[in-house]
Design a protein around this ligand. Structure first.
Ligand SMILES: *Cc1c(COP(=O)(O)O)cnc(C)c1O
Length: 423
């Protein structure tokens, strides 16, 4: 028997058997939910692959994937069945204990990250928590002092345009003033330097620097890749100064760019990498990978922790997701469909620039119609995101088909026209 049927109330909520409309749900939403997200665009009730349906029965092609989270789309049968079977076996144990899935996933992440011997993993539940752990790691890089002061390494460098999360440490690394200002004072010592400027980076990194945080491609800033040579220059400068190089691959990792990590072709070994979004295939999980024995011993027993992080279900979800990514040539598919999409976008009238790699794509428009395209897209059955007034971001499930990509390319000129007409 379907266990949900035992509760008519839950049947109505989960299987939406009560046929409440989207408008009815949204009215309940605004009475019950803190208003930090504004009004949600739609009430989504069901998904399958790259498609989702709202409470009014309308279908959408999901070109955002829960912001680069639903790597294998919605309700992937293998991931769903692994999560269910782990939950039915053992769901939570606390970090006084461990479980085989946690250990196997840590090993898998080290292998995929080509991490040298002595590298380690810390599990969290989200991107911001992975970054928070990395921030604490940076604080522990007190290092030898050239001038004998007690705590010489208090400077942490991040880039203008950076997004690293919303908790206080991660927020200190995030650049956007509107996110930061209401919460001052933030943890001290973080400086933001101009994006992509190698000379500014070399000038900023010195022996008081604990760490440099970089996103190989800035996602929230509109899919902005670091210029060629930047990661190598950052590695050189941080190594020379004894500072850590920490790469935030929360959005760019887990095959999003058609590679395991977006930084993988740079030919450098970072000191730490943060992961989250796509890792659990939709299930919440984050991770910090620390490279080599020295960095991996900066945080000692008792200096950091989490109740839920690395729990059996989340780590099983990630193992299932990685299994599919590895065994079904998904990354080659990501490169192919990504290239196809970018080429198609570049040929559309009104698209002025196309950026990104694999299936993390940003494109600029010849007018400030980003939000208008989001609205027109929803009307036409497409979910996209506008991280800036004239920018659209796509981060669809990695299993997006060429046919689905073509469907969006064919619709875009009309969406652009609708958005311009509505201005
Ligand atoms: C989304 C994101 C985060 C924050 O992740 P949450 O899971 O929302 O806390 C951090 N860094 C980057 C690069 C991100 O894209």
């Amino acid at each position: 028997m379907n266990q949900i049927a035992k509760s008519p109330e839950l049947t109505e909520i989960i299987e939406t058997k009560g046929h409440a409309t989207g408008a009815q749900w949204l009215s309940r939403y605004s009475s019950a939910l803190l208003g930090v997200f504004g009004t949600p665009q739609r009430v989504l009730v069901r998904g399958s692959g790259c498609l989702v349906w709202d409470a009014d029965g309308k279908e959408y092609l999901d070109l955002l994937g829960g912001i680069a989270v639903n790597a294998l789309g919605h309700a992937h049968p293998f991931v769903t069945s692994v999560i269910s079977s782990q939950l039915a076996t053992l769901g939570h144990v606390s970090n006084f204990f461990t479980s085989p899935t946690q250990i196997a996933l840590a090993e898998k992440l080290l292998e995929l990250s080509k991490a040298p011997a002595g590298s380690k993993v810390f599990f969290a539940n989200s991107g911001t928590e992975a970054v928070e752990a990395a921030f604490k790691l940076a604080r522990r890089n007190t290092g030898a002092s050239p001038n004998g002061t007690e705590r010489p390494r208090t400077k942490i460098i991040a880039l203008e345009g950076a997004f690293h999360g919303r908790t206080m440490g991660a927020l200190a690394l995030t650049a956007k003033e509107a996110y930061r200002a209401p919460f001052a004072p933030l943890p001290a010592g973080v400086v933001h330097i101009p994006f992509g400027d190698i000379d500014a980076l070399r000038a900023a990194v010195d022996e008081t620097t604990a760490a440099v945080f970089l996103e190989p491609i800035q996602g929230e800033a509109g899919v902005r890749p670091l210029p060629a040579g930047y990661l190598q220059a950052a590695r050189e400068a941080t190594s020379a100064a004894g500072a850590l190089l920490i790469l935030d691959e929360v959005q760019t990792g887990i095959g999003r760019t058609g590679k395991w990590l977006a930084s993988e072709d740079a030919g450098i070994v970072p000191d730490a990498v943060t992961l989250a979004k796509g890792l659990g295939g939709g299930f919440p999980i984050g991770a910090l990978v620390t490279f080599g024995p020295e960095v991996s011993s900066l945080l000692s027993a008792g200096q950091h922790g989490t109740t839920f992080g690395g729990n059996p279900v989340a780590t099983a979800a990630a193992l299932a997701t990685l299994h599919v990514l590895e065994n079904q040539q998904v990354l080659a598919h990501v490169r192919e469909v990504g290239e196809h999409l970018r080429a198609g976008l570049a040929g559309i009238d009104g698209v002025t620039e196309v950026r990104g790699e694999g299936l993390l794509i940003g494109f600029d428009l010849d007018a400030d119609v980003g939000p208008g395209i989001v609205t027109a897209g929803l009307e036409a059955g497409f979910i996209v995101n506008s991280p800036g007034p004239h920018t659209i971001r796509l981060a669809p499930p990695l299993i997006l088909s060429t046919g689905q990509a073509d469907r969006f390319l064919a619709a875009l000129p009309a969406l652009l026209q609708t958005a311009k007409d509505a201005q």
